[in-house]
Design a protein around this ligand. Structure first.
Ligand code: MIG
Length: 673
């Protein structure tokens, strides 16, 4: 059940698709405190939600702020990352209430979840105008389903987007892209996508292609597609300020950019230097900007990633000028003491993403100017909405791949997200597991982290362990930053056979993984879930943070400790372990419920089958298009009294007629159909 409470008159977010009558106070479970709300937690209460944030799946013990940030260091001391996912799920201990809270608000929301006092949860919006939804249900998964009923069905990518994506910031030209394709194909490693980072553009201008480096992008895209590989270019939020650039000219002519108080367009620097920022909150601007993607779809492109859309700002011209002036004064003094030197450092570090700059420009909301900081969290998600809606109009019966860095609940209807600039550390692999569960609760099903880590130099063991989790994440993308160690899977020569086995395993499991993804998308469910969602009475399951349920029948338990040759796993019920080296080389073991230490070598994956589960397994292929869906074998854990069948969803992978009954069939072991 969903109850809507209204406080003041909120600025529209369009997060919600269901219009509900406003309930009278009081709000169940919550008590007013200051300008916000309070909930007194019992020690056993677990607080899930908040989507893309640092720390555990259980958010207790820290404070957070929904304030979308270009934050390249995802350490535990951070309060905000790229997304505003204002959903809390209080999972009560024995005899305690379980409920969800969705705060529909465009600006910052602060949360203190047992940070100041370990038993007190508080949250408050930066302004008194917002809607609050109180959600109850039969348990955590049902409450997440209700949230989706409220905010709309999750975005569905084309099926090929479940193949591997290889990306790197630093592919400069056609030859670099071809070398990646060749590296994969020569080594017989599956690959479905190559992402193109900012260097494909001419002067970092959106919707342009650098003609020297990519003289024939249409030809390249077609050639790649004949090998089963889709090119996925990046689009940045900042529009190059350049009167020779068509996007810039049109935006200025139509008056579509955000403005300063004096009515002139707001300018801040990003990749191309000075840039303008389209006012994505206006529907006409969205349809214009989204329509610009056509420049690339016409060349045969059918996938995009939207970056820098918090929006990230390197500096504003005024701030830069003042900083340089002050720096020169300090420089003239020479011999800087600690305070003067730290002022100098601050001058430079404070240039980027400066809160004052976010307070210096305006959007038009229903024709009224609204200062950016008040609607900050809606910006990136509306860039994705612009693209999502326009691409749907451009290619009405076909899906387009789209994922974004910034997002808010509501933008999950238009695209997936990737988890931004993580780094090549074991801590970030563990964080990836937490985040996958949390973002799914908020509706972002098509997600994944940069496998192997984005920043810093990776290592072969981390690449292996991360891929062993990555083969289960909907978006499976290897991406790394400029200047870091080469990270394409074929670079780790000694490990290529094992990596091939892992990627083949993903392909073999794809009919199951895709089917479970589609069940979650179409039924407002969760592809990944914490254990406690399915084993509510199990106090131990409530503490497990590094194992996830995957779809109906599987559980994954990735190894995420350096040098570990195994790990402890908790089984809430008996399960069948598959210790997989490849799709046809594995040991199985029936394991009783409880704690187990399970060896797992660097080339092995632990996969657990729940009782009664049947998993169709296909023959691996080099790309999703080549995959034969007919199961060539089954993995199962039959138990007495349960039928051991699998309800499978399959479709052509690109069409949008999801709701047809022919997409469903029931598989039984041994029948092969
Ligand atoms: O400030 O386009 O998160 O994936 O490679 C860095 C360059 C800008 C940030 C993205 C990252 C991408 C990078 N971008």
């Amino acid at each position: 059940m969903i109850q809507r409470f209204q406080f003041g008159q909120m600025l529209p977010t369009e997060s919600v698709v269901l219009s509900l009558p406003v309930a009278g106070s009081p709000v169940p479970f919550l008590t007013p405190e200051g300008t916000g709300w309070r909930y007194d937690m019992a020690p056993e209460d677990v607080i899930y939600g908040l989507g893309e944030m640092v720390r555990g799946m259980n958010k207790r013990g820290w404070h957070y702020c929904a304030n979308n940030s270009d934050e390249p260091h995802h350490t535990e001391d951070k309060q905000s990352l790229y997304g505003a996912h204002n959903f809390l799920l209080v999972s009560g201990g024995t005899g305690r209430p379980t409920f969800g809270v969705f705060i529909d608000f465009a600006g910052p929301v602060e949360y203190d979840i047992g940070y100041t006092d370990e038993e007190i949860l508080t949250f408050r919006t930066s302004e008194p105008d917002y809607d609050l939804y109180l959600i109850t249900g039969e348990g955590p998964a049902d409450i997440c389903r209700e949230l989706r009923r409220l905010t709309g069905r999750s975005y569905i990518p084309p099926k090929w987007a479940f193949g591997l994506a290889q990306s790197r910031w630093g592919y400069q030209c056609e030859a670099d892209i071809r070398a990646v394709a060749q590296g994969y194909r020569e080594n017989n490693l599956p690959l479905d996508m190559i992402c193109m980072d900012i260097d494909y553009m001419a002067n970092f201008a959106d919707f342009t292609v650098n003609q020297e480096r990519f003289p024939d992008l249409a030809g390249l895209a077609a050639g790649m597609k004949s090998q089963g590989i889709h090119l996925v270019p990046i689009i940045d939020a900042g529009i190059r300020a350049d009167d020779k650039d068509e996007t810039c000219r049109e935006g200025l002519e139509r008056d579509y950019f955000c403005k300063k108080e004096d009515g002139t367009p707001f300018v801040a620097a990003v990749w191309p230097g000075e840039a303008y920022f389209a006012d994505f909150l206006r529907p006409e601007v969205r349809s214009w900007f989204g329509g610009r993607y056509r420049a690339l779809t016409e060349l045969g492109i059918d996938g995009f990633w939207n970056d820098m859309n918090e929006p990230a700002l390197f500096y504003t011209p005024d701030r830069l000028k003042a900083a340089v002036q002050r720096a020169a004064e300090l420089g003239a003094k020479g011999n800087l003491d600690m305070y003067a030197f730290s002022e100098l450092q601050q001058l430079i570090n404070g240039l980027s993403n400066n809160p004052d700059d976010y307070r210096s420009f305006y959007h038009l909301v229903d024709d009224q100017p609204v200062r950016h900081d008040r609607v900050h969290n809606l910006y990136g998600g509306n860039m994705t909405r612009a693209a999502g809606e326009a691409l749907q109009a451009l290619r009405p019966d076909r899906r387009t791949l789209l994922y974004s860095r910034s997002s808010f609940i509501g933008s999950h209807r238009y695209g997936g997200i990737w988890l931004g600039d993580n780094d090549s550390s074991w801590a970030q692999l563990r964080e990836n597991i937490h985040q996958m569960a949390s973002v799914q609760m908020c509706g972002f099903l098509y997600t994944g982290a940069d496998l192997g880590g984005f920043g810093g130099d990776t290592t072969p063991d981390l690449v292996m362990r991360w891929l062993e989790f990555g083969i289960f994440t909907p978006l499976m993308r290897n991406h790394s930053a400029l200047g870091t160690r080469n990270q394409e899977y074929y670079r780790f020569e000694k490990w290529i056979p094992s990596i091939r086995n892992l990627l083949n395993l993903r392909m073999a499991l794809l009919p199951y993984l895709y089917s479970e993804f589609m069940k979650a998308a179409l039924g407002d469910g969760l592809y990944f879930r914490p254990l406690a969602f399915d084993y509510p009475g199990d106090a131990m399951a409530r503490q497990v943070e590094d194992q996830l349920l995957l779809g109906e029948g599987l559980m994954v338990a990735p190894v995420c400790t350096q040098n570990a040759a195994g790990r402890y796993v908790y089984l809430p019920e008996p399960m069948k372990l598959l210790r997989l080296r490849s799709v046809d080389d594995f040991d199985t073991e029936l394991m009783p419920a409880g704690h187990h230490y399970i060896p797992c070598a660097l080339n092995e994956v632990l996969l657990f089958l729940r009782p009664g589960c049947l998993v169709p397994v296909a023959r691996p292929a080099c790309c999703v298009a080549e995959l034969d869906e007919t199961p060539f074998t089954f993995w199962s854990y039959p138990v007495e009294g349960s039928p051991c069948t699998y309800r499978m969803y399959s479709d052509d992978g690109v069409g949008t007629d999801y709701d047809r009954p022919e997409h469903w069939r029931t598989l039984k072991a041994g029948t092969g159909q």
